[in-house]
Design a protein around this ligand. Structure first.
Ligand code: LFR
Length: 496
């Protein structure tokens, strides 16, 4: 009989999915069992994840996966976005709905933490890019709340889902590295940071590594999903970006990657962190990857800018279909105006077209006149930010690259991929779009002995089996230099 498939639960900020991965004799295929929207809910001032709706989506997905697979799965792995968490009380009950990283409660908190621990010391200890929503800042914002006082356990989102599926609590390392409480040199907790910020590390269950066993589906879960036990759950790179990087179909090590979805995560894979002051000032992060790797990358706003424009236009009664809109963007004048896609001012939701127009005006650039021009501005700006991140990663790490791999949802956006190739002056290999789910599946398959070798062998399997598109760099790179200079001037004028 055919070998049992692996189920990858992959929760993104815009949607969640359960994918079935089949691995056998040099073959690797991925099919979608179930996809469901991820719709945050504002209650009072606070933006929450609808965690039970997401968990229902996971159960529906496992049921659908089971139907396709005759009720039998080889294993399940869970990944999601990073930094966010749920708190459990002493009985294991969830305390409140997890708060969304785009919630405003962390405003100004980084400055407060900086008084206890100077940014350069925090960076030297954790190597993490300062983003307002890092778990450390969320916990500092929640300090002295009754909820945190009642909490006995903190579970990052994928660990929370895994806990509900198995009853086993753990803290997967790649995602733990986004808390800003992990030292990337020891790949263990940093008591120095925890003490300085007043975080109780005892809230975190033991660390576990990608590939480690993470329990079995509980009898109630098997019942509810029609699966036949035992079904093991395997820790994967539970940070979706860690799984996406594991899912990059690269050969060798001379490559940069850009994991594009709601965010663009652009950088290189290293063996050791870069913790220099220069790296901190360049806003580079050292997140941990599977197999002892370091994901040296920069967080860039990503397709969030486009998603939020679409949401705004639809709410205003002028919905746009993405296909025609991208055609208009492709036909629009290139690099007419660009915004800083790394600017934290774009993190919060709402009124995105207006905010983009304002940023253009402030930078002394023409304001986009319609939706097509707005989308062109977004994609040009992303390509420009991709280029800066790739160049800085190369410069700061000393790792030379000759190819840029674009994976994740943005790999489907041919215009974005071509602009990225043009801006970087490097060939772009686009795909797979479902790199996170594939990285998730491959980590499980390796743990089960269904795929031999390490990351390199898994990547060769991806390259041999997944459809990829190639974009050669075209045009004059100097136009990108000029756009970058324009943006730098605007930023300098703004800071004055
Ligand atoms: C991408 C991602 C990024 C992380 C952001 C917030 O989905 O996981 O890596 O910085 O979401 O968690």
């Amino acid at each position: 009989s055919a070998p049992r498939p692996f189920a990858a639960v992959d929760l993104g900020a815009a949607s969640g999915r359960v994918m079935l991965g089949r691995v056998a004799d040099g073959e690797l295929s991925l099919t979608e069992a179930h996809r469901f929207p991820n719709e945050p809910v504002r209650v009072g001032p606070t933006l929450h994840w609808d965690i039970l709706a997401l968990y229902r989506g996971v159960l529906d997905g496992l049921r659908a996966a089971g139907r396709t697979a005759g009720g039998r799965l080889a294993s399940v792995g869970v990944d999601s976005w990073a930094v966010d968490y749920g708190l459990l009380d002493a009985s294991g009950a969830l305390l409140g709905n997890p708060v969304h990283y785009r919630d405003g409660r962390t405003e100004g908190v980084a400055a407060r933490v900086a008084e206890a621990l100077p940014p350069r010391d925090l960076y030297a200890a954790t190597g993490l890019q300062e983003l307002p929503f890092n778990t450390v800042y969320q916990l500092a914002a929640a300090r002295d709340t009754p909820q945190l006082a009642a909490a006995r356990t903190l579970l990052l989102i994928p660990d929370l889902i895994a806990y509900w599926l198995t009853g086993v609590a753990g803290t997967e390392l790649t995602n733990a590295s986004t808390t800003q409480l992990i030292d990337p040199r020891t790949r263990d907790w940093s008591p120095v940071v925890a003490d300085a910020v007043g975080v109780d590390l005892g809230l975190f269950p033991p660390l576990r590594l990608p590939g480690a066993p993470a329990g079995e589906l509980l009898p109630g879960v098997l019942d509810g999903t029609g699966l036949t036990g035992p079904v093991p759950v395997t820790a994967v790179g539970s940070h979706d970006t860690a799984s996406a990087v594991a899912g990059v179909p690269a050969a060798g090590e001379r490559f940069a990657y850009i994991a594009t979805g709601t965010w663009s995560l652009a950088g290189v894979e290293l063996d050791a962190p870069v913790l220099s002051e220069e790296s901190r000032r360049a806003n580079f992060t050292n997140e941990l990857g599977v197999d002892g790797t370091v994901r040296y990358l920069r967080n860039i706003m990503g397709l969030w800018l486009l998603q939020e424009c679409l949401r705004d236009w639809a709410a205003a009664g002028e919905p746009h279909d993405l296909g025609p809109l991208l055609e208009r963007a492709a036909a629009a004048a290139p690099l007419r105006s660009v915004v800083d896609a790394g600017d934290p001012a774009f993190i919060a939701p709402g009124r995105m077209p207006e905010r983009i127009a304002r940023a253009c005006r402030r930078g002394g650039q023409p304001v986009p006149r319609d939706a097509g021009e707005t989308v062109r501005c977004v994609l040009d700006s992303l390509a420009l930010a991709h280029r800066a991140a790739v160049e800085d990663a190369v410069r700061l790490s000393g790792r030379a690259v000759d190819t840029v791999h674009v994976v994740g949802g943005g790999a489907r956006n041919a215009l974005l991929c071509q602009l990225t190739a043009d801006a970087c002056g490097l060939p772009v290999v686009a795909g797979p779009a479902e790199a996170a789910a594939l990285g998730n599946v491959l980590t499980q398959a390796r743990a089960a002995g269904a795929v031999a070798g390490g990351l390199a062998e898994s990547r060769a399997l991806l390259a041999a089996t997944q459809p990829l598109r190639h974009h050669e760099p075209s045009g004059d790179r100097a136009v990108w230099d000029r756009a970058a200079a324009r943006l730098a001037d605007a930023g300098a004028a703004d800071a004055e």
